[in-house]
Design a protein around this ligand. Structure first.
Ligand SMILES: *Cc1c(COP(=O)(O)O)cnc(C)c1O
Length: 424
């Protein structure tokens, strides 16, 4: 059996054993135990490099949307490569600063920022607040006045384009909670510009996630530039234009445009409309880390059934929430191909007491108990969404660099899970 490995993953089979860069994944599974996340530093830097190529000769800042994977060492890799960060909470702010981020390159997104979070971000001196409602504008103005500084802001506009992705990860349509509605944008900018506690610096949009087509981006860019024309005609200058994140990755033969190809198209549009020399910002998450990571897991039991066969593994929905949350597809491949075990079609499921605890359905796998599997494309929205449900310890994480690896997070310890709890 052959197993397709996703584009940009830096995975390959060598002598029927799966390698990430030049490291043998089976050996790591034995050494550190499973479930175990393993990331490739080269895969991350290569994904970032595609954006950097697209921005060559332009004024641009890449702000990694750190909710995709907020482990400190990963933030450090991106900070050292010149990235800023798109944050959505005070916790993410603290993590970014702890990883060495330049506060000026941090932008703060999200519909529900609290006063305490605004204060923390002003104290840190972040580059921009992406404001999502008029009510938030009022509160930020108030907080900034008591803080004694003007808060730099962008409005997140809702361009009302359909990115044709899963409804839970589509954010730029009229009917969802994100951004300022298209026909209220000009009035809201006028209002923002009149507030003594605010300083308008830009405009922002983010239309969704796992977008595998250029068209929604080009449509959104047109609609956003129409707004920029109108906002500037009203006398409000915009220093930067932020096109959000959302570029998809190859989970199952998906073919999203490469970041440099997408940006060549977007810059052609920006140049044609006279905005080619503006400061550009983007907020990619998944496309920087998604295919840089795998989750290794051990087969515990094979359970044949009349209707379905099950392959029960030691990773579960608490470690890898995307399948149960979004019906997402992750490729699952053997860590070693032995050629003697007969293949079966099975559902790959975890030990958690929920029928929703599955990682893959109807997969053909030639494995036996004790073998290791790799769940692919697990660098984004996996460990950052992991929980301790069923009182399971979250996995350890490793970062591979060439033929070496670094332990970047130890496996949770059970006592830590209840460290903040009190008996009566
Ligand atoms: C989640 C998010 C991103 C990143 O999305 P990806 O699909 O991971 O690239 C960028 N901007 C905002 C505002 C977000 O909420």
């Amino acid at each position: 059996m052959s197993h397709a490995l996703p584009t940009g993953s830096h995975l390959r089979y060598e002598d029927h054993r799966l390698q990430l860069e030049a490291v043998d994944l089976g050996a790591l599974a034995v050494q550190y135990g499973t479930p175990l996340f393993v990331y490739s530093k080269s895969a991350m830097l290569e994904a970032l490099g595609a954006y950097q190529t697209g921005f060559k000769g332009r004024k641009a800042q890449i702000c990694y949307a750190m909710k995709a994977n907020s482990s400190l060492a990963i933030l450090q890799v991106f900070a050292q490569a010149g990235c800023g960060f798109d944050i959505v909470s005070a916790g993410e702010l603290a993590r970014a600063l702890a990883a060495g981020a330049d506060p000026q390159t941090i932008i703060f997104s999200g519909v529900g920022k609290t006063r305490a979070e605004m204060w923390a971000a002003l104290s840190a001196g972040i580059g921009c607040f992406n404001v999502e409602s008029v009510a938030e504008l009022d509160v930020l103005n108030d907080v900034a006045l008591s803080f004694g500084e003007r808060a730099p802001i962008s409005l997140r506009v809702n361009p009302d384009v359909d990115p044709k992705t899963h409804p839970y990860i589509s954010t730029g349509l009229k009917g969802n909670k994100f951004g300022i509605a298209h026909d209220e944008v000009i009035d809201t900018y006028k209002k923002a510009a009149s507030y003594p506690g605010l300083r308008v610096v830009g405009i922002d949009c983010h239309i969704g996630s796992q977008i595998t087509d250029s068209e929604p981006y080009l449509d959104a860019a047109d609609r956003m530039l129409d707004l920029v024309d109108a906002i500037e005609a009203a006398g409000i200058a915009l220093h930067h234009l932020d096109f959000g994140g959302g570029l998809g990755i190859d989970y199952a033969g998906d073919t999203p445009p490469s970041a440099d190809a997408l940006w060549a198209q977007l810059f052609a549009k920006l140049d044609a409309r006279g905005y080619g020399d503006r400061q550009i910002m983007i907020e990619p998450g998944r496309s920087l880390v998604g295919n840089a990571g795998v989750c290794l897991t051990e087969v515990l039991y094979l359970k044949p059934g009349e209707d379905k066969n099950f392959c029960i593994v030691d990773a579960a929905m608490n470690d890898l929430p995307r399948p149960t949350l979004y019906q997402a597809y992750h490729s699952i491949v053997p860590v070693a191909i032995d050629g003697t075990t007969p293949p079966v079609t099975c559902d790959v499921v975890g030990p958690i007491c929920e029928s929703g605890d599955w990682l893959g359905r109807d997969r053909t796998l030639a494995v036996k108990a004790g073998d290791h599997l790799a769940v692919l494309s697990a660098g984004a929205y996996s460990m950052s969404m992991a929980s301790n449900y069923n009182s399971r310890n979250r996995p350890a994480e490793l970062l591979v660099e060439g033929d070496t690896h670094h332990l970047i997070r130890e496996r949770d310890r059970t006592e830590e899970q209840w460290a903040n709890e009190r008996l009566l």
